[in-house]
Ligand binder design. Structure first.
Ligand code: C2E
Ligand code: MG
Ligand code: MG
Ligand code: MG
Length: 291
């Protein structure tokens, strides 16, 4: 594109590129300080069982508010952290923090599975599996209460090495899910070989439901695939009642989305759960949808 437009346009865009590089460097620097200062927080987005309406899990999502930059979204800082390698340190913090929270909820008798997002670079660290084992061991967390969300890219980059690692993680007892399913290069063969238990249908396929025929077809196909392979399937980004109804009909097992709740602070999630468990059973699903 640059070539087509010639040198003049390249010069025109250069200042903008520098601004972007500068802001990425600024973000990277600020992130490193923020981690040291304890400025990162985790919020938790509930995952709901389609049939019982119960909250059965929560996805840990990073939140960061910088004094100068304001609230910075993960969509902005995660790519920067991935590019600079800082994601490894940040991911380690997320693992430790989420596992402690999961262990606290476990002690309170809340049967929640806490899921965390794992970046490719973090997954590829030589000691990743040992690290997971050590962290859950130290916290006294039953391994089945932790789920790792991996992207398809992790499975494709070095499939043999990934398979060894996934088998070791599965042997530990942690749950493995594929995040943003349908957006990567799917060699569907890996689903058969790898010890994956859950597919998370990417939000982009949920958005157009129930009207968009392509989205509807893709969702049906993913659910059927999951059925055939005995995998659990969860839809992310469920925002409307019509989408929820479609997903129930399609045979989806779980959903996550703003229809129920955005990611909230751990204490707020406890309040939601408390409200739900005190309500009469027949009112529960309604109450949950009302938040
Ligand atoms: P993700 O793992 O696919 O997480 C789901 C994202 O969708 C979250 O955005 C969540 O807030 C958003 N979401 C959930 N329900 C709805 C909905 O109904 N409507 C809409 N419009 N959005 C919804 P968030 O928190 O901004 O995170 C974006 C991405 O950043 C995540 O996508 C994940 O890839 C990454 N990320 C977040 N936290 C971490 C982390 O701790 N480690 C790593 N490696 N990546 C993270
Ligand atoms: Mg995720
Ligand atoms: Mg996702
Ligand atoms: Mg997504």
């Amino acid at each position: 594109r640059v070539k087509e437009r010639g040198r003049a346009s390249f010069r025109f865009y250069q200042p903008q590129m520098n601004v972007d590089l500068l802001s990425r460097m600024k973000i990277d620097h600020a992130m490193r300080q923020a981690l040291g200062r304890g400025d990162f927080r985790l919020h938790y987005q509930p995952q709901i069982d389609v049939h019982s309406g119960a909250v059965i899990g929560a996805e840990a999502l990073l939140r960061w508010r910088d004094e100068e930059l304001g609230e910075v979204s993960p969509g902005r800082f995660i790519p920067v952290a991935e590019e600079s390698g800082f994601i490894v340190a940040l991911g380690e913090w997320v693992l430790g923090e989420a596992v402690q929270q999961a262990a606290a909820w476990h002690r309170q008798g809340l049967g929640l599975v806490v899921s965390i997002n794992v970046s490719a670079l973090q997954f590829q660290q030589a000691h990743f599996v040992e690290q997971v084992a050590a962290v859950i061991g130290a916290a006294g967390l039953p391994p089945r209460s932790l789920e790792l969300e991996l992207t398809e890219s992790i499975l494709i980059q070095d499939a043999d090495e990934a398979l060894l690692r996934l088998n070791a993680l599965a042997a530990l007892g942690v749950r493995l899910a594929i995040d943003d399913f349908g957006t990567g290069y799917s060699s569907l063969g890996y689903l058969k070989r790898f010890p994956i238990e859950k597919l998370k249908i990417d939000r982009s396929f949920i958005q157009g439901l129930p009207g968009d025929e392509s989205d509807a077809g893709i969702v049906h196909a993913i659910v059927n695939l999951a059925r055939a392979l005995h995998l659990t399937v969860i839809a992310e980004g469920v925002e409307t009642e019509a989408q929820r109804e479609f997903l129930v009909q399609a045979g989806c097992d779980e959903f996550q989305g703003f229809l129920f709740s955005p990611a909230v602070a751990s204490t707020e999630l406890e309040e939601v759960l408390c409200r739900v468990s005190m309500a009469p059973a027949r009112e529960r699903s309604e109450l949950q949808l009302l938040r």
